[in-house]
Design a binder for this molecule. Structure first.
Ligand code: HEC
Length: 379
């Protein structure tokens, strides 16, 4: 026979008002090791029992701060040490960009670690036994009764006195609860290899089954009529054409709509000689050139084309555009550099429309004139 030990003396009550009063009386009588059980949360119980505020709030604060600080430190390390990258000419340590990430990590850490703390520290998971489990008392409580359980380890506990006290405050069915030391402490801990094994197995089974169901069993190609339609793919053979090649060259002697071939490919001198700026230097055109210049050119060439790049040495600094060379260039030569690029400067034909390129040149001329004003300009 196993040794049975007494855990507590329990009493049942019928209404929430009674249990609140009973909790209050128990507390006033000086008992400290007791608990109250109700089938649903009863308002005012924490006050009646004199419960202190839960310490979980402090855990949340600690975990949240941990999330905030660690995410900001991580992003600092990434942007300053591991992979400094200029993005839109902004400083490396650009804190507004960190706010959403820091916020999310803060909430994530606070909530996830809080649940883990609650389960492991407070509920002593995976040890799930409690002397009150499976008692007739608990069965009544989880149905329609309210109950108080005053524990034997209360310093004031005295079987006879407690029995009288419970009776006096209106308790019914006053019964002792016994437990088996052996049953209660089945030695289950977080780090028990058996427990960890079951945990790992469960994880593998669940994720495997999820994968199989969603990616194999239930997988349906979204919008399959788009990807499986009969069509000609570039780089693929085709029986439709005699030469068996899917990718077709443009029909000879034609020009694609909206596309003007550039006649001076690889011929900067000819571009300079033959191209003429089709735009007039009106206020609107210069404004437009300024906006385009500031967007596309200024990161490398600087806001005033002095070659003061904002790229911190991550790209070779370009020369100033106020040199005699560029000032004496015809517009066509500058147009050629923007269109085709020059040495390390990339081509901008695909990003900047033809008119915008010419507008930039008008704006560049304004900048050049401002830097090298003639005597007559100053009068
Ligand atoms: C990615 C950086 C970068 C951007 C953006 C850029 N450039 Fe350049 N540019 C350079 C570099 C570097 C050179 C020098 C190339 C060389 O070594 O010949 C250069 C050269 C030039 C030159 C010739 C200067 C000379 O003395 O030979 C002109 C004109 C010029 N850029 C105009 C522009 C204009 C206009 C834009 C905007 C559409 C622009 N660049 C955008 C990097 C840039």
């Amino acid at each position: 026979m196993k040794e049975k030990q007494q855990f507590s003396l329990t009493a049942l009550f019928d209404t929430p008002d009674e249990i609140i009063r009973a909790a209050h009386e128990t507390r006033s009588a000086g008992y400290t090791r007791y608990d109250v059980h109700t089938p649903y949360p009863v308002h005012g119980m924490d006050k009646a029992m004199g419960l202190r505020q839960s310490r979980l709030g402090i855990f949340v604060l600690i975990f949240g701060l941990f999330g905030a600080v660690s995410s900001v430190l991580f992003m600092t390390w990434v942007t300053l040490v591991d992979y400094p990258l200029v993005i839109g000419g902004k400083p490396f340590w650009s804190w507004p960009a960190f706010v959403p990430v820091a916020f999310e990590i803060t909430v994530l850490m606070a909530s996830v670690l809080l649940v883990v703390t609650m389960i492991v520290l407070y509920f002593k998971f995976p040890n799930i036994s409690h002397p009150l489990h499976d008692t007739p008392y608990m069965k009544r409580i989880s149905s329609d009764k309210f109950g108080i359980s005053i524990q034997v380890d209360d310093p004031k506990f005295n079987e006879r006195e407690v029995r009288e006290f419970l009776y006096k405050i209106g308790g019914k069915e006053i019964t002792p609860v016994y437990f088996d030391l052996e049953d209660l402490d089945h030695g289950q801990t977080m780090f028990d290899p058996k427990f960890l094994g079951v945990l790992a197995l469960t994880a593998i089974l669940v994720s495997g089954a999820t994968y199989a169901v969603f990616n194999q069993l239930m997988f349906m190609e979204p919008f399959s009529w788009m990807s499986t339609q009969a069509k000609q793919k570039a780089q693929r053979p085709s029986d439709l054409f005699k030469d068996g090649i899917g990718m077709r060259p443009p029909v000879e002697g034609t020009v694609a709509r909206g596309f003007l071939p550039y006649l001076f490919k690889g011929k900067p001198d000819e571009a300079g000689k033959n191209l003429v700026n089709p735009l007039f230097a009106t206020k609107e055109v210069i404004e437009r050139g300024k906006a385009t210049y500031l967007t596309y050119c200024s990161p490398c060439h600087g806001n005033f084309a002095r070659g003061d790049s904002r790229l911190r040495g991550q790209f070779p600094n370009p020369p100033t555009l106020h040199s005699d060379k560029v000032r004496n260039w015809p517009d066509g030569s500058i147009y050629h550099v923007i269109t085709e690029g020059q040495n390390v400067m990339p081509a901008y034909a695909s990003q900047i429309s033809r008119d915008d390129r010419w507008a930039i040149i008008h704006y560049l001329r304004v900048l050049q004139r401002a830097h090298n004003a003639k005597e007559s300009d100053l009068k």
